[in-house]
Design a protein around this ligand. Structure first.
Ligand code: AMP
Length: 195
């Protein structure tokens, strides 16, 4: 199962990906997580990406495509994967198509979580409170200013990715405003026939 979850920050991609990894026993490949690991390890990529990520802007396509190309070669991704937070530009989507075609692979589904943008600021603030209550570090880009930039990046650079997949008939949408379990059920309904 090779899957993409699309949606703005706070749409629930991470939550739903985590559930799907259990169900299909495939890894969740989150470019945000991979980049945060690179930042924490102070690798050359991490050093380049840190200030861009902190501001809520997008890291360059070259860097992100390189990370994903390496990651999908790993043995645990051989049976499939869930891409969370990638692709975020049409160039990344095109690069992914080429990458998969080279390996004789194709995507099984692209699922977009549709959400009402007004709700996203509240969800971010809620996530910050939850992290603080759990004594966990809060993301540097989970603040109102960086969040606004992330939403703008989504609107201008990532929304066209949905149109890219819709054009080739690969896009499916789910109501991301529904309760978490209902969103999971709707995704299961879409993926069920693909097993
Ligand atoms: P996320 O955890 O998916 O919200 O990503 C956190 C941040 O990492 C984003 O705001 C970007 O700065 C960067 N990032 C993650 N994925 C990508 C991507 N596919 N393209 C460009 N930048 C990305």
């Amino acid at each position: 199962m090779k899957l993409i979850l699309l949606g703005p920050p706070g749409a629930g991609k991470g939550t739903q990906s985590a559930r799907l990894t259990q169900k299909y026993a495939i890894p969740q490949l989150s470019t945000g997580d991979m980049l945060r690991a690179a930042v924490a390890a102070k690798t050359p990529i991490g050093l380049k990406a840190k200030s861009i990520m902190d501001a809520g802007a997008l890291v360059s396509d070259d860097i992100v495509v390189g990370i994903v190309a390496d990651r999908i070669q790993q043995p645990d991704a051989a049976r499939g994967f869930i891409l969370d937070g990638f692709p975020r530009t049409v160039q990344q989507a095109q690069a992914l198509d080429v990458m998969l075609a080279d390996k004789g692979m194709d995507l099984d589904a692209v699922i977009e979580l549709k959400v009402d943008e007004d709700a996203l600021h509240d969800r971010m603030a809620h996530r910050v409170k939850e992290m603080q209550a759990a004594g966990q570090p809060v993301r540097a880009d989970d603040n109102p200013e960086a969040f606004r930039t992330r939403l703008t990046a989504y609107r201008t650079q990532t929304a066209p990715v949905s149109a890219y997949y819709a054009k080739s008939g690969r896009l499916k949408t789910v109501d991301g405003m529904a309760p978490i379990d209902e969103v999971s059920k709707a995704i299961d309904g879409l993926l069920g026939p693909l097993g």
